[in-house]
Structures are given as structure tokens and as C-alpha cells.
Design a protein around this ligand. Structure first.
Ligand SMILES: NC(=O)c1ccc[n+]([C@@H]2O[C@H](COP(=O)([O-])OP(=O)(O)OC[C@H]3O[C@@H](n4cnc5c(N)ncnc54)[C@H](OP(=O)(O)O)[C@@H]3O)[C@@H](O)[C@H]2O)c1
Length: 298
């Protein structure tokens, strides 16, 4: 029987792609949006066949109504505590009241279960929501995709196209980093949403690539030799981030404050995925590091 999936955050980058992947797989897709949502974004979803329900997302009963008959709720919401904790709790409460059996929270990051609390503000918010999620009877599945591969394009210290440099912390030039394209993440999430037997945690990566491997791929893609730069020890990086955070209190209200971006990189050099579920769904294909680097390094 056709499954019905409700996607919260469907007007966002990842949410929109998840909706498309679900529709490709013949699911009925519903989304709940706030009244303030850009009408154009709603129209895009309606055009691809998503049923868009406008609701007051401060009211659990409105969310409950939208969740009736739904097989799985997928959250691709993005934000700070008011969204990742408060709004996701209301969405979950609405789903529970409507008897939805399954929930996918908006994790979509490095598997923070292997990191110490306090090292990454945005992961701590997810951890806090996870405690609530796991206290309920709903069957949850978290998808851990490492970093979206797009960040390789943003001239971070990991790959700086302007300076033609590749950076790493500590002795970690051979440490593999987990990157997943947003397309691969969306396709995998759609499969998980339709899979009643999916486990609690799923680690994925389109490609696992070390700084030295990035250098080799850049060379193969372009013939150019980028320089390797050892940046500092990881301990010094942690101290630097602490100071940067202390000096920038306004960043506490920004989703991607500069020090938060540094915290993401610190996390990537502190843990990596060791049990990939990439092969769980046979019909998926994964972008390789070289393919991805070729797509933007000229
Ligand atoms: N691993 C990585 O490298 C990485 C990178 C980027 C993002 N992510 C994660 O991926 C997930 C999706 O991110 P994204 O970039 O696709 O997000 P996005 O494009 O910013 O979309 C955010 C979605 O959340 C909704 N939203 C935000 N605040 C809301 C509020 N107060 N009330 C109701 N709806 C609200 C937005 O709705 P409106 O249209 O109404 O604003 C939109 O649908 C998040 O968990 C994010 O942290 C991971």
C-alpha cells in the first residue's frame, strides 16, 4: 500500500530534495508549513505533488491533525533551540497523538554519539532532542551524513581554492572525513522513511576522504598541485574555538556562527563514521570524492 510521509522543513534545501525522492518512490507526501513561509516555496512543493498544509506550528493539535494517517514523520527543520528542541518536540507530540509509528529527526550531521557533549553547540541541541525522542514509544531513525559535500566548495581551511591549499589539524593528514552530497542524503532519507525495519542510527557517507586524498583527487582532476598545511594541534584548535566563541556572544543566536563552523571541522577531525549503511538500499548510487571534486575544482 502507498505510504504517507510527512516532511517538516520541506521548504528548505534538504527537505525539498527529500520530498522529490519520496515522490519518485511513489509515496504520498504531506508537509506542514508556517503561515510566514514564502508562498513561492509552497508553490514549488505543490507543483511536484506535495500536499502543503499551512498550520500554526505553535499548536500541537494543528500538527496532530496534519499527521493523521501518516506512516513516518521526517524532520528537515533547521535552526537553534527554538526549532531543534521546541518545534521538533511539538511536531513529535503531534505525531504521537496522531499515532504515527515512526520519526526521523533533523540530525543530518556527524554521528555525535561518538563525540563529547559541549564540543559542538548544534550537536548538543540534537542530543537534547534525542533524549526526549528516545523517551517516547515512537520508532526513531537518525541519519548521520557527516558534512554536506558542498562545504568543500566554501574555501574552508580543509580545501581552500583561493590559496590552493589543503589543511589539517594535528597529525591527521591521512584521517578520513565523511562527506555526503545533499542529493545522496535525500535519496537515502527517502528510503529510510519508507523502511519500517530501519535501525535507530544510520551512518552514511558519499565518500570518506583524507586531506592527502583530497590533494590527490585535486591533482587528478586538474593537474594542479595544492599545498598541504598543518594548521595546529587539535587541542590548540579547541582552545582557539573557545576563545572565538567567548569573543563573539552574538554568535549564540546565529545558526552558523564562525566558531560553530570551526566546531564542525573540529568534530570531523575528532570522529568519523565506521559502520556505513550505504549498501542497505541496493538501488542507490553514491557520488565519489573524485566525481565531486571534478564538479567544481577547475
Ligand atoms: N551536515 C552538514 O554539513 C549540514 C549542512 C547544512 C545543514 N545541515 C542540516 O540539514 C538539515 C536541513 O538543513 P537545510 O540547510 O536544508 O535547512 P534550510 O534550507 O535552512 O531549511 C530550513 C527549514 O526549516 C524551516 N524552519 C526554520 N525555522 C522554522 C520555524 N521557526 N518554524 C517553522 N519552520 C522553520 C524552514 O521553513 P521556512 O521556509 O518557513 O523558513 C525550512 O523549511 C538541518 O538539520 C541542518 O542543520 C547539515
Amino acid at each position: 500500500m502507498k505510504k504517507t510521509i510527512l516532511v517538516a522543513g520541506a521548504t528548505g534545501n534538504l527537505g525539498n530534495k527529500i520530498c522529490r525522492e519520496l515522490i519518485k518512490r511513489d509515496a504520498a507526501v504531506i508537509t506542514i508549513v508556517r503561515t510566514a513561509t514564502d508562498p513561492e516555496k509552497k508553490e514549488i512543493l505543490t507543483k511536484i505533488g506535495v500536499r502543503v498544509i499551512e498550520a500554526d506550528l505553535t499548536k500541537t493539535d494543528e500538527i496532530e491533525n496534519a499527521c493523521k494517517g501518516v506512516d513516518c514523520v521526517v524532520s528537515a527543520l533547521a535552526g537553534l533551540g527554538d526549532v531543534i528542541i521546541d518545534l521538533q518536540k511539538r511536531v513529535l507530540d503531534g505525531a504521537l497523538k496522531a499515532g504515527v509509528p515512526r520519526f526521523i529527526p533533523s540530525d543530518f550531521c556527524t554521528d555525535y554519539n561518538y563525540l563529547a557533549p559541549g564540543e559542538n553547540r548544534n550537536f548538543d541541541l540534537r542530543r537534547q532532542f534525542k533524549v526526549y525522542l528516545d523517551s517516547t514509544d515512537i520508532k526513531a531513525s537518525s541519519i548521520f551524513n557527516g558534512a554536506f559535500a558542498d562545504i568543500l566548495k566554501y574555501n574552508t581551511p580543509i580545501l581552500n581554492l583561493k590559496d590552493k591549499s589543503i589543511g589539517y589539524w594535528g597529525e591527521k593528514a591521512d584521517w578520513t572525513l565523511d562527506f555526503t552530497t545533499m542529493d545522496n542524503t535525500a535519496a537515502f532519507t527517502a528510503e529510510v522513511a519508507l523502511d519500517e525495519n530501519s535501525p535507530r542510527d544510520l551512518q552514511i557517507a558519499s565518500f570518506q576522504i583524507s586531506p592527502n586524498m583530497i590533494r590527490a583527487d585535486v591533482k587528478e582532476a586538474t593537474g594542479q598541485e595544492f599545498s598541504m598545511q598543518q594548521l595546529s594541534s587539535l587541542d590548540d584548535f579547541a582552545q582557539f574555538i573557545k576563545k572565538q566563541r567567548g569573543d563573539n556572544p552574538a554568535g549564540e543566536f546565529e545558526l552558523y556562527a564562525k566558531w560553530q563552523q570551526a566546531q564542525y571541522m573540529y568534530s570531523m577531525f575528532s570522529t568519523h563514521h565506521h559502520q556505513l549503511s550505504n549498501l542497505r538500499y541496493e538501488n542507490l548510487s553514491w557520488t565519489t570524492g573524485l566525481e565531486y571534486i571534478r564538479s567544481f575544482v577547475k
